[in-house]
Design a protein around this ligand. Structure first.
Ligand SMILES: Cc1cc2nc3c(=O)[nH]c(=O)nc-3n(C[C@H](O)[C@H](O)[C@H](O)COP(=O)(O)OP(=O)(O)OC[C@H]3O[C@@H](n4cnc5c(N)ncnc54)[C@H](O)[C@@H]3O)c2cc1C
Length: 303
């Protein structure tokens, strides 16, 4: 029986593991892919305080994983597929095994939203990508497009401009949502061409991406752009499939917690991008993780 089981090894989960382990709790963290979460998929993190020389996402996340383990948290690889959260003993089903715990911290984060276009799934991995850091190198010297206008899309476009011949940034509005420092960097990149007021209506290609069809939302004019890859960065959806029937979610699918990160089920906490909050960043995810672990410890001590 564990004191605290953490599901998800992104920044929120890793910091929850650090605080739980350091608090003397028997702690298990279960991660289905690799520790680091979304933060490990970005080439540069320049806004994590304490690291004024910006560092890569994988670097920062490897440091977090090492730090989390230092205080005794056990970290295993596994895909949690079902949860039984009612009652004093929580059951976590993972890869054919059942783990028991007094408390659970949900840190499953979020994943990239899809465009929902006809050939998007078929061409995923053959030119359709949701992560430039992971797949950009396959398109060195080629022409690519990024769709989106927020921080992630702009970061991806800047990253790709250092590898690719040309990068089209396609945005449905006439100004970016990204912060000024990132937008300014982007505007300096000679290889990036901004395509404003435009949406992607089709991904073309047989076996691999050969181009995209776009539509100007103001004029209605359509056209095609020949590219070898399309990087989709239009936001994220919270990973709430496991709990959507047992915990209340907000209108955007995020778990609702109080300031102690407690959900409405006693002994169940949520931290990071999975929960309803105004800012989804590494710094807020780790802060949530610390609060959630502290609350779980208090819950155990008071039960
Ligand atoms: C391209 C990109 C660039 C970014 N750049 C920055 C930046 O520069 N600065 C910044 O502060 N933030 C940045 N962010 C945002 C930041 O990465 C997130 O806010 C942060 O990673 C959220 O952490 P989290 O732990 O809540 O969730 P996540 O990072 O999403 O981690 C959740 C983890 O849970 C795991 N998981 C999910 N379901 C299960 C399951 N059923 N079983 C087991 N494991 C599961 C996932 O595999 C994942 O590893 C960026 C995000 C992206 C996508």
């Amino acid at each position: 029986m564990y004191d605290i089981i953490i599901i998800g090894g992104g920044p929120a989960g890793l910091n929850a593991a650090l605080y739980a382990g350091r608090g003397g709790m028997k702690t298990l963290l279960i991660e289905r892919m690799f520790c680091g979460g979304q933060a490990a998929t970005t080439y540069e993190i320049e806004n994590y305080i304490g690291f004024s020389e910006s560092l890569s996402g994988p670097d920062l996340m490897m440091r977090m994983e090492t730090h989390a383990k230092r205080f005794g948290a056990e970290i295993i690889n596994g895909d949690v597929t079902a949860l039984e959260l009612d009652g004093a003993v929580k059951k976590i089903h993972c890869d054919g095994k059942t783990y028991e715990s007094k408390t659970v911290i949900l840190c499953m984060g979020a994943q990239r939203r899809t465009l929902g276009l006809a050939r998007e799934d078929a061409l995923r991995g053959s030119g359709v990508s949701y992560c430039a850091t992971c797949d950009g190198a396959f398109f060195r010297g080629r022409d690519v497009a990024v769709v989106g206008g927020g921080n992630a899309a702009v970061e991806e476009a800047i990253f790709l401009s250092h590898l690719c011949a040309k990068v089209y940034l396609i945005h449905r509005r006439d100004k970016l949502r990204a912060v000024k420092s990132l937008s300014d960097k982007l505007f300096e990149e000679q290889k990036v061409q901004l395509v404003w007021d435009t949406v992607v209506t089709a991904i073309n290609g047989d076996g691999t991406v050969e181009g995209i069809t776009v539509k100007n939302v103001k004029t209605g004019q359509t056209g095609t752009i020949p590219v070898n890859a399309l990087f989709i960065c239009i936001g994220t959806d919270a990973n709430t499939d496991l709990i959507k029937d047992v915990l209340p979610l907000d209108g955007y699918g995020h778990v609702i917690t109080n300031e102690e990160m407690a959900t409405k089920i006693p002994g169940v906490f949520a931290a990071g991008d999975i929960r309803q909050k105004p800012l989804r960043q590494v710094i807020t995810a780790v802060a949530d993780g610390a609060v959630a672990a502290d609350s779980a410890i208090n819950y155990i001590l008071e039960s």
